[in-house]
Design a protein around this ligand. Structure first.
Ligand code: FEO
Length: 135
């Protein structure tokens, strides 16, 4: 069973970002499945790297659009992106060093991270960007 399923509660009312969030959720689910199936370090490490890379591109896309339209919460949002990125990079470092297997608690962290950020901060820009004609 998937760890996370996208539904309307995740919608930020901007199609590009809904699509990107769906992809992020798919990558977290892929990581969860690989871990549960006991896939080796190489496979899990590759998925983790893919997730981090996709996340960074996604954060950069949101930041570009928020900034170019003068979104008032831009700085706050960017700060949260930076903190989330650092947390995941730490996790990757530990994983690559072989100190920490990707445990259920790591998956719970990723799940909370995605859910809280999308349903919190991200939802905030929807009405603002919609008002600028972005849907
Ligand atoms: Fe969808 Fe602010 O990340």
């Amino acid at each position: 069973m998937a760890l996370l399923t996208w539904n309307e509660k995740f919608s930020v009312q901007v199609r590009q970002f809904d699509d990107e969030h769906k992809q992020l959720i798919a990558l977290v689910n892929q990581l969860h499945d690989a871990m549960k199936m006991g896939q080796g370090k190489q496979v899990v490490g590759d998925i983790l790297r893919g997730l981090i890379s996709y996340t960074r591109n996604h954060f950069a896309s949101e930041e570009r659009l928020m900034k170019s339209h003068g979104y008032p919460e831009y700085e706050k949002h960017k700060k949260e992106h930076n903190q989330l990125t650092l947390s995941v990079l730490d996790l990757q470092k530990e994983y690559d060093a072989g100190n920490a297997p990707l445990s259920q608690s790591v998956m719970a962290f990723l799940k909370d991270w995605l859910t809280n950020h999308i349903q919190g901060m991200d939802k905030g820009y929807g009405p603002f960007l919609n008002g600028k004609g972005i849907k």
